[in-house]
Design a protein around this ligand. Structure first.
Ligand code: SF4
Length: 231
């Protein structure tokens, strides 16, 4: 059975097919990147980018400002009921702003400062309502370039179906597996995240894998995809 190491070039290659953009968060300030990372998990790039731009134009991508803003005000900035962003996503961004103000003086730059260990930041971020472990790792990778990997359901499915991860593995075990394989190069980690996301969306679907035409088809175990816990 081919290893995850051997499959990595194909995974990273798939990432460049997804949008052609190596780093979707390039040029954004830390808080804007963190909010974009939360939106990126739920929305397509064509949807989340205009939302980030609208929040930026309204001056809301400042932790102090977002913390004080009401949900209604933010929703109206984004087009009211016609906005594609859910109440839950907006609430997560507001909780993040509140945490930065209450715990770190409103300074999103703390996400990038090495004086705070990545483990302590992961723990604090994961405890924020609506963010969790995957959101915490997505924020740290996007906003600070810290070497971590946000394991989403798509990554989990691909790892399990190829036999690179046991179906009963924890979030931390799946994350460690990805970091062990990719290393601590944050750009490469981002490329792998984009690749896994593209593969999961186009081929490795929740209901059943569509292996025909998938770039990872030659990397399957001899018996074909292994069932996940939900299959
Ligand atoms: S669709 Fe098939 S070949 Fe592609 S990643 Fe999923 S299990 Fe692997």
């Amino acid at each position: 059975m081919p290893s995850l190491d051997e499959a990595l070039p194909r995974i990273i290659g798939a990432g460049s097919r997804s949008s052609g953009v190596v780093d979707p968060f390039e040029g954004l300030a830390p808080f804007a990147s963190a909010v974009a990372a939360l939106l990126h998990r739920q929305l397509r790039p064509s949807t989340w980018r205009p939302i980030v731009e609208a929040l930026q134009s309204a001056g809301l991508l400042d932790p102090e400002v977002m913390n004080l803003a009401g949900m209604l005000e933010i929703q109206q900035t984004l087009g009211g009921k016609s906005s594609p962003i859910s109440h839950r996503s907006l609430a997560s961004a507001k909780h993040l702003a509140h945490w930065l103000v209450e715990r770190h003086g409103g300074r999103a730059e703390i996400l990038c400062e090495t004086a705070l260990s990545i483990e302590s930041l992961r723990k604090e971020l994961a405890a924020i309502q609506g963010i969790g472990s995957t959101g915490a790792d997505a924020i740290l990778l996007a906003a600070s370039g810290r070497p971590t990997y946000p394991v989403d359901r798509g990554t989990y499915r691909i790892l399990v179906r190829h036999g690179w991860l046991d179906a009963s593995s924890s979030y931390e075990e799946a994350r460690d597996e990805m970091i062990h394989c990719i290393g601590d190069d944050s750009l490469r980690l981002r490329e792998a995240v984009a690749g896994m996301s593209w593969l999961a969306t186009h081929f490795c679907r929740t209901s059943a894998p569509q292996c025909e035409g998938c770039p990872l088809l030659p990397m399957l175990p001899s018996g074909g995809p292994i069932g996940t816990e939900t299959e």
